[in-house]
Design a protein around this ligand. Structure first.
Ligand code: FA5
Length: 339
């Protein structure tokens, strides 16, 4: 009987589906019965061997069988997929009791902390922050600063030349010249932090590469007293109200008169000592003139602060080289300072 044959096929198919243990086996059963040449599809070919009256009933039975096998495959597939997902979730379960991976948290380098602090102070006084190139033209680094080609003071700032006219700047003072030309004769007050380079021998207070913060103010009626006032206020902002500054006469070709400025500190034995932190002075008339300012109408003052020297004083560092060695034991001590 044809219906027995169909019944047998159904049992066989459902049994195979039932016993399929993964999705590949499901796919195989599906091919075996439902593909173009699958057992159920081939049954339809048998329609031809039946007489016309029998055909509709047979067609209906085969369709019914097909629907049931399809449904069983669908259900089993869903079940296997759910089991696979469940297994994956079980295996990938996060163990919240495991210790976490500690991420190293860096902090702002102590020299940058000093720069930010000095910037805050001067921005509060209405200064702008200017920038200039580290690879500088001899013209700005020396000539515009009143040091012509054969000036003996060039020897004090011997540096690294890349060709006849270009060098790693020896100080941040060339930014004075660049800013003056930019401002085209109008009053200005700027600071400029940045790296500078010299052929200095490294020792506890000297490095061949260090940082400076240049300052320049040009206006009418500027006096030396204005310079002294701002430098004392800066020292007290950085180190506390008990600090004093000491001005020693000095020489820079770009300022006249010129001074070197020391800040007081208490030595280990309790006595008062001084550390030189910057050079300064009133802008030389030649520098004003070259920068496009009439020296009979404008005066100015300028200064160049040694950033490392400020950090040495502020954080009591015994050797400037610590700032450049990237030793995390040293740098970790500055986390949260000034913040
Ligand atoms: C100058 O560089 C002048 N351009 C500063 C200046 C600007 C004067 C504007 C007048 C007007 P000096 O060579 O003294 O000056 O350097 C300034 C500061 O940089 C020093 O006071 C010191 O704090 C720091 N400094 C100088 N050489 C070194 C070095 N090798 N290592 C670390 N800090 C240094």
């Amino acid at each position: 009987m044809i219906s027995d044959k169909l019944k047998l096929m159904k049992e066989k198919a459902l049994e195979s589906i039932e016993s399929a243990s993964d999705l590949t086996m499901i796919e195989m059963v599906k091919n075996q019965y439902l593909s173009k040449k699958g057992e159920i599809s081939l049954l339809m070919g048998e329609l031809r061997n039946l007489n016309v009256e029998e055909r509709p009933a047979f067609g209906q039975m085969v369709n019914q069988l097909k629907l049931e096998v399809e449904q069983a495959l669908y259900d089993k597939k869903a079940l296997l997929e759910e089991e696979a997902l469940f297994d994956a979730l079980k295996n990938e379960k996060i163990d919240v009791t495991l210790p976490g991976v500690k991420l190293y948290q860096g902090s702002i380098h102590p020299l940058n902390q000093v720069i930010e602090d000095v910037e805050d102070f001067f921005i509060g006084l209405g200064y702008e922050v200017a920038e200039g190139p580290e690879l500088e033209n001899d013209h700005y680094n020396f000539e515009m600063m009143n040091l012509d080609k054969d000036h003996p003071a060039r020897a004090m700032q011997d540096t690294f030349y890349t060709d006849e006219t270009h060098l790693l700047r020896t100080h941040t003072s060339p930014v004075q010249a660049r800013t003056m030309l930019d401002k085209k004769g109008s009053p200005l007050r700027i600071i400029c932090p940045g790296k500078v380079y010299r052929r200095d021998d490294d020792d506890p207070t000297h490095s061949h590469q260090f940082m400076q913060i240049e300052g320049l103010v040009i206006d009418h009626h500027i006096q030396f007293a204005n310079l002294k006032d701002v430098l004392l206020k800066l020292a007290q902002h950085l180190f506390g109200k008990d600090r004093v500054i000491r001005l020693r006469p000095s020489y820079f070709p770009f300022t006249e008169p010129s001074v070197e400025v020391d800040v007081s500190y208490v030595k280990k034995d309790g006595t008062i000592g001084y550390i030189e932190v910057l050079g300064a002075g009133q802008v030389h008339p030649n520098v004003l003139q070259m920068g496009g300012y009439d020296p009979s109408k404008f005066q100015g003052f300028a200064f160049g602060i040694g950033v490392e020297r400020i950090a040495i004083l502020k954080y009591r560092i015994d050797d400037i080289r610590h700032f450049y060695q990237n030793d995390l034991r040293f740098l970790d001590q500055f986390k949260g300072v000034n913040r």
